[in-house]
Design a protein around this ligand. Structure first.
Ligand SMILES: [Zn+2]
Length: 294
């Protein structure tokens, strides 16, 4: 079992999937692999550190978190070797080619990424939207072996079949509650570890995010202080999503961008789902319709 999170920034792994990935790792066997593919250079988001310093620091913070969380970290490189610039991510052939190559190389069973908003009133972060749109657009091409051989030359007479993953959208905070979801995972059993992973991103939690004043984060004084704030954030989100639980929960939406799963497959593969918060009936109906058309 391989699961891949494709997201925009250093720290989006923690904001979107880290609790579920950790529970998945604990449940899975020894051949389990989890990877975070980050698609921008991390240089842009700071108010007093120069860009190059910010980029170096944020990579280091993410590497520290990966060490705690036991997941692999990869930074996306475009065909010309450059890492895409933060605050500028757009779907263009180079980005699609780079994603195609990185996804084919890891060949995940499940790919997690941000959603494409369906509600025009919802907010976006340009890089989150860029990743969401690019993953959606590249999804069909994952098993098209010659799609990007101009960028990545290969023997075009002998192609390897590459499995297309099930593609799942994670919750995106920039949409301010305009997120629907299908599946909910109780991450309380791994919450302490999740908080520790988040807390590696000190240049964000203590410096940038309080300053930019869009995320209701007060610079945490300690790991304990952050753990308390983080739990409150999750509980506020539960309330906004109508989830009747006093445990922190991560939520996900199943797309038809990649391979279409069955509900049974999702229930078998995912870590234990919080059944009372999942929208199984709606999801099953949607999956059945997609399968019928497939
Ligand atoms: Zn982000």
């Amino acid at each position: 079992m391989r699961i891949l999170c494709v997201h925009a920034h250093f720290d989006d792994y923690e904001f979107a999937v880290a609790g579920t990935f950790e529970r998945w790792r604990q449940k899975a066997g020894p051949d389990f692999r989890a990877r975070f593919l980050v698609c921008t250079d991390g240089a842009g988001g700071h108010q007093f550190r120069p860009r190059a310093e910010t980029a170096r620091l944020r990579l280091k913070e993410q590497m520290d978190s990966a060490q705690i969380g036991g997941f692999e970290l990869e930074v996306l490189r475009l065909p010309d070797g450059e890492v895409p610039r933060e605050a500028s991510l757009q779907t263009e052939p180079g980005l699609l080619a780079a994603l195609w190559r990185a996804i084919r190389e890891f060949e995940p069973d499940y790919l997690f990424c941000p959603p494409v908003p369906s509600e025009p009133l919802s907010g976006v972060h340009v890089d989150h939207l860029g990743v969401a749109e690019a993953v959606r657009k590249v999804a069909y091409l994952i098993n098209v072996p010659h799609a990007f051989t101009p960028e990545y030359p290969a023997d075009e007479t002998r192609s390897r079949f590459c499995k297309t993953p099930v593609i799942i959208n994670a919750f995106d905070g920039y949409q301010y509650g305009e997120n629907s979801y299908d599946l909910a995972v109780d991450i309380d059993p791994v919450f302490a570890k999740l908080s520790q992973m988040y807390y590696c991103h000190r240049s964000q939690l203590q410096e940038w995010l309080p300053w930019v004043a869009r995320h209701a984060i007060k610079a945490p004084e300690s790991l304990d202080d952050w753990t308390r704030q983080l739990r409150e954030r999750f509980l506020r989100r539960n309330q906004a999503l109508g989830i009747q639980s006093n445990h922190p929960v991560e939520v996900f939406t199943v797309t038809a961008w990649g391979t279409i799963p069955t509900l049974e497959q999702l229930q078998t593969d995912f870590p234990e789902l919080l059944a009372e918060a999942c929208h199984f009936n709606l999801l099953e109906e949607r999956l059945r319709r997609w399968h019928a058309l497939g």
